[in-house]
Design a protein around this ligand. Structure first.
Ligand code: HEC
Ligand code: HEC
Length: 389
């Protein structure tokens, strides 16, 4: 497991990191001593040359992996941003239709909570990008929890779960919120008894896991199988990677360039690969880290000094829908997130070596935000399951 981003960390400052292959802004209509006819034709010719260069060559950026990436729809150098079509499943929990259907019922069923009013979807709500729109989650009887609700979109692609990485798989994770007194606060023996007495649930479990009991094993497997279907891989960005030249605006393409450029945004040093996470842990120097008794994050699971105040890199897919941001909900908008990075963090104690003040223009910051907007899939309605009486 990569605990602090790329091995060796650090930025690369080599002057030859960026090669821009477009004609560029310097191209003008020529010097005054040119004849009138030249003056009239030159801009057209140059304009066409620039347009051709942009279309046929595309800007080349050397990204945070040191690879030459051509910012052009469908270019082979974009291959590492193609998500596999399905998240991997454990051998004993292949995602059959019956398992997914059962898991969906369970995910949306508030009767899995003590008060009968809180389901997984209360906090992981599809209307808020499978989060809750709150700075920190509200748990049992609406008490505020310590951390923000992360989206469950694409968590199936990640080998580690939770802000502090205390769970590995979705199966490991699923019983936690039901058992937690601060969350669904459920009495599990009572829950299994009720599910067994419910004819429709009993039948659904039998179809999904024939011959197996209704227990935390099958319950968590069914929920995990459903979660693996909550994926985002049809965003404008995905379509651009696949070759659709019209899927991104030129500003969004520039924003992607800023995102992956170590001398600009340096974002992909942590938000790497097709799911935009290195599954590592980093201290971003949030203001809350400077308070008394701050949340120690990954350090609570892995007591090594550089993990103090470090949290898991979340995906930025669907982030446009999951405001507010960060584990403490301290950034209201994506523009606020970008400003935090531009400053290089607020509290410098134990700060990740990859957090440095950024040299970004107003236009580059705006382009970054626009690029992140392009990581949202079309908003499709989620068909709610019919819950058995
Ligand atoms: C009260 C709100 C709440 C409820 C209810 C809830 N969650 Fe969560 N969920 C959270 C919070 C908050 C976290 C992050 C906690 C942490 O990392 O310490 C989280 C984390 C997760 C994660 C890890 C995501 C990641 O990227 O690391 C998964 C998966 C998840 N929940 C699934 C579920 C499932 C399945 C249920 C129902 C059985 C559920 N949650 C119920 C608030 C909730
Ligand atoms: C040093 C690694 C690192 C770098 C560099 C980095 N991020 Fe992050 N990013 C993280 C981590 C870790 C978090 C969660 C931190 C927390 O909540 O304490 C995060 C959170 C975010 C979030 C909020 C997501 C959510 O669900 O709350 C967004 C959006 C984001 N980053 C975008 C960016 C952009 C844009 C850049 C470049 C300007 C960038 N990141 C650079 C590691 C990094």
């Amino acid at each position: 497991m990569n605990e602090q981003g790329k091995a060796g960390g650090g930025w690369t400052h080599a002057a030859d990191q960026i090669k821009v292959a477009t004609g560029g802004r310097g191209a003008g209509p020529g010097k005054p001593r040119f004849k009138l006819r030249t003056l009239m034709v030159a801009p057209l010719v140059l304009g066409a040359a620039v347009a051709f260069a942009t279309r046929s060559a595309g800007t080349v950026v050397h990204d945070t992996d040191g690879e030459a990436i051509t910012l052009q729809a469908g270019h082979p150098s974009l291959a590492k941003w193609r998500l596999p079509s399905e998240p991997p499943s454990p051998d004993n929990n292949a995602p059959t239709a019956d398992r997914v259907a059962l898991g969906k019922m369970l995910f949306f069923d508030p009767r899995l909570s003590r008060d009968g009013n809180m389901s997984c979807a209360t906090c992981h709500n599809p209307m808020f990008g499978w989060s809750d729109g709150l700075p920190v989650a509200r748990g049992f009887r609406s008490e505020a929890l310590a951390r923000a609700t992360p989206t469950v979109v694409n968590t199936g692609y990640n080998p580690i779960q939770m802000w502090d990485g205390r769970k590995a798989t979705l199966e490991d994770q699923a019983m936690g919120p039901m058992e937690a007194a601060q969350e669904m606060n459920m009495n599990l023996p009572a829950l299994f008894k009720w599910l067994n007495q419910n004819g429709a649930y009993r039948e659904a479990f039998q179809k999904a896991y024939p011959g197996q009991a209704i227990d935390s094993g099958t319950l968590s497997k069914a929920i995990a199988a459903y979660e693996r279907t909550v994926v985002s891989r049809d965003s404008p960005f995905d379509r651009w990677v696949a070759g659709d030249t019209t899927a991104l605006t030129p500003q969004q393409v520039r924003g992607f360039g800023v995102f992956i450029d170590p001398n600009k945004g340096n974002c992909s040093v942590c938000h790497s690969g097709a799911n935009f996470t290195d599954n590592g842990f980093h201290n971003l120097g949030l203001a809350s880290w400077g308070e008394n008794n701050p949340d120690m994050g990954r350090f609570t699971q892995k007591p090594i000094a550089r993990m103090k105040g470090a949290f898991k890199t979340p995906t930025v897919r669907e982030a446009a829908r999951t405001a507010p941001y960060f584990h403490d909900g301290s950034a209201a908008t994506l523009a606020d997130v970008v400003e935090h990075y531009a400053k290089g963090g607020v509290v410098k104690d134990n700060l990740s070596p990859n957090m440095k003040a950024l040299d970004l223009t107003t236009e580059e910051k705006a382009a970054l935000v626009e690029f992140m907007q392009a990581l949202s899939s079309p908003h499709t309605a989620v068909e709610l399951p019919r819950l058995p009486n």
